[in-house]
Design a protein around this ligand. Sequence first.
Ligand SMILES: [Zn+2]
Ligand SMILES: [Zn+2]
Length: 240
Amino acid sequence: MPLSSVRSAVERLLLPAECLLCHALLTDSDSIVCPVCRHRWRAVRPPWCERCGQPEPSFGPCRLCAAWPTALKAARSAVWLDDGARPAVHALKYGGLPRIADDLAAGMNTSRPPADGPAVLIPIPLATGRLRERGYNQSEALARALARRWRIPVTVDLLARTRETPTQTALTPGTRLANVAGAFDVRHAACDMPHVTIVLVDDVFTTGATLAEAARALEQAGAMRIYGVTFARAAIPDFT
Ligand SMILES: [Zn+2]
Ligand SMILES: [Zn+2]
């Protein structure tokens, strides 16, 4: 039994049947978030930029994805990172309870990218130090939950993070790109890169800089069709 399954089984035994977020009693034992909390997640809806999925404040070329590598075809996020979704993202990231990933994955069905032919899910990796500190990669937990629903395998040994980047919340879109430049490395081309659809998985999309940089590394290793999916999308205050 993989360690993650053991952990999830232990959590099931230890946790009372109450919502992880609001502590209301749960009737559906498959879920760790109650329907009321899930109802507070606000879906990201079109009209949006067809490529990056950002709702467009004006017409004309999209500033957010203009510099993306060609192989990165599209990115979608399920919900807005606001007061409704923030506790769930926080629990995934810092709560030490990766089982909430199943609930987040359930909310991501409409973000599933078109995939004909072979596909793999690749979680955005953490640098080794950060991984040791947290004990798990929240994006990997999310990718594994999506893998069960979408029946697409997860690959974690292909993409590596060479360094952890400073927290991005205070940076502008331009400085974020510089911030993550060269942060990823493709260890070895374990799959037939040009013919596999790669779906990058992350918890939050802010400016897309992290996805774009990971896609750039994969593109340099031969990947030609890359999509990005995230559970949440942060509104960019100064982006118009
Ligand atoms: Zn709740
Ligand atoms: Zn765009």
